[in-house]
Design a binder for this molecule. Structure first.
Ligand code: ATP
Length: 256
């Protein structure tokens, strides 16, 4: 089967700094892949290039067999790549359901300004998405009052409204309690399993990575230094060196 995402020799340099340096990998439909690496390894820069927010100096990105290198972000989103952010981008003054309805309208290419006249539009779709992420009972509450973990779920529902085939998640569990992390990642992996959506996520919590990723890629100083199952990556001498060197919990790599 051909790859859904095919990244070929992608590089982005800032002066002498090689933020991303000749990175190549493929993702197939339904893959759940983690991208890890110490601070400054190049994870965000790689995501930004995949979304069209940063232009690569060299290399190519193919999605669904078509070259998307250099396309603007909005066009890449329309091709089927979605993204969630470390900071939630919800509308505090709207209800939880309205936030998702707005995302559905945007996916339809309609303007947000019609929302006050169209509170019923996409209500059913929004409710289905909220059910998928476990927020059905919060639909009519203002987004402003949601607990942090629920905000991250709302953000996931908003991303799903765009019907992405590939969802890039930038530290999806940052700031969450341990049990909330597991719950959210179980929701994400269930959605991937049920819909065939592909997930690429960055994560600093090694417990989350080893419990929920099928495969893991490790970036260090812009270069991919390892790619494999959680067991393979955990046993990789270079990965251990990189992580032991920056003070991340070595226990997580040793025992997880
Ligand atoms: N616009 C920019 N101009 C100059 N340098 C940049 C720019 N964006 C990123 N960098 C540098 O590129 C390197 C990679 O940064 P990047 O944010 O991609 O790392 P990261 O792995 O996402 O880090 P973190 O885990 O801390 O988010 C860093 O050294 C960073 O300072």
């Amino acid at each position: 089967m051909s790859a859904l995402l095919d990244v070929r020799d992608l590089s982005r340099h800032y002066g002498a700094l090689r933020a991303v340096d000749g990175v190549s990998f493929e993702l197939a439909a339904g893959d759940v892949r983690a991208l890890i690496g110490p601070n400054g390894a190049g994870k965000s820069t790689l995501f930004k290039m995949l979304m069209g927010e940063t232009r690569p100096n060299s290399g190519e990105v193919y999605f669904g067999g078509a070259r998307i290198t250099g396309l603007r972000p909005a066009r890449i989103v329309r091709r089927g790549i979605g993204r969630t952010f470390q900071i939630t981008g919800t509308w505090a003054s709207m209800s939880v359901a309205e936030n998702v309805q707005t995302a559905c309208l945007a996916h339809d290419g309609r303007t947000l300004s019609i929302l006050p006249y169209a509170r019923h539009l996409h209500r059913e779709r929004a409710e289905a998405l909220l059910d998928t992420v476990g927020l059905a009972d919060q639909a009519d509450r203002p987004a402003a009052v949601l607990a942090y973990g629920d905000l991250k779920r709302l953000e996931l529902a908003i991303a799903l409204a765009g019907e992405p085939r590939l969802l890039l998640m930038d530290e999806p569990t940052a700031g969450m309690a341990a049990t909330e992390r597991t719950d959210l990642m179980e929701t994400v992996t269930r959605i991937a399993r049920e819909t065939g959506m592909t997930i690429l996520f960055t994560e600093h919590d090694m417990d989350v990575v080893f419990a929920h990723a099928e495969r893991v890629m490790v970036l260090d100083r812009g270069a991919l230094i390892a790619e494999g199952t959680p067991e393979e990556v955990r046993a990789d001498a270079r990965v251990r060196e990189v992580y032991l060197g920056v003070g991340l919990d070595p226990e997580a790599l040793a025992d997880a």
